[in-house]
Design a protein around this ligand. Sequence first.
Ligand SMILES: NC(=O)c1ccc[n+]([C@@H]2O[C@H](COP(=O)([O-])OP(=O)(O)OC[C@H]3O[C@@H](n4cnc5c(N)ncnc54)[C@H](OP(=O)(O)O)[C@@H]3O)[C@@H](O)[C@H]2O)c1
Length: 257
Amino acid sequence: MNDLKGKVAVITGASRGIGAGLADRFLQRGLSLGLCARNMPAERRDAAVQDPQRRNVISCSLDVSDHQALEGFTDRVIQRFQRIDLWVNNAGILDPIGPLRDLDPEHLENNFRTNITGVALGCRLFARHVRTRPGGGILVNITSGAALTPYEGWAPYCSSKAAVNMLTEIVALEESDAGLRSYAVAPGVVDTSMQKTIRACTPEQFPAVSRFIQIAQSGGFSSPAWVADQLLELAFTQRPYAPTRDHVVVRLPILDT
Ligand SMILES: NC(=O)c1ccc[n+]([C@@H]2O[C@H](COP(=O)([O-])OP(=O)(O)OC[C@H]3O[C@@H](n4cnc5c(N)ncnc54)[C@H](OP(=O)(O)O)[C@@H]3O)[C@@H](O)[C@H]2O)c1
């Protein structure tokens, strides 16, 4: 299944959950990868070690809100693979959860730093890279249905994901002349540690918790591999594209259970 051999992708937040699942599938499909998270994306590091030439994966421990670290990592990926075709800003956090009035200001700031600043820095670095060489590129920012639906208890998460949608729309407008296609993709519901955190909430913290428990009970999850294939289809299949909201904001279906 080496159909995308020679393509290069960066995935942020690849140490677990959706990001780790994307990395596994992208490797199966033949891509070379730059992976990062605060914890070293260990499984990907092992995959790199199993590669006899040790040349298909670069793995890095960093915080996406640290501009210098992210820039250094980007430079390493470009140095190794010559270019980056697809950049996936996947790193994101849900916490803090609860009514806004009760949230710790530092936790609130950390959410915005990770979910907004981290994504904006990734967009910026990729947009600059795409202008250094021909061929355009594909930017995918992982968003959420929560960007469009106000959930009580999720003020930081909903508002930071709304910011991700708007950042993506603006980059789409600013960079389409360079051949950069930008997408904000909501992946549906995927059973990761983030979903476990949601299900552990009290109704006082998060009044819609029963909906997510019901999704888990009925097995209505999308798999990371399926999400990965949807992203690769979006990125590497010829399709009409215009930098308008209809093209840029993509909601993968939540399995109807
Ligand atoms: N799961 C779902 O159903 C669902 C639905 C809609 C949207 N999403 C979105 O999908 C993305 C992935 O979520 P997930 O469910 O896979 O969550 P997860 O299991 O908690 O994984 C989050 C990933 O982001 C990394 N990360 C967090 N903060 C970071 C930081 N400051 N710098 C670098 N990496 C950081 C984490 O690694 P470290 O802790 O090692 O840094 C981890 O690899 C998020 O953007 C989330 O909002 C998920």
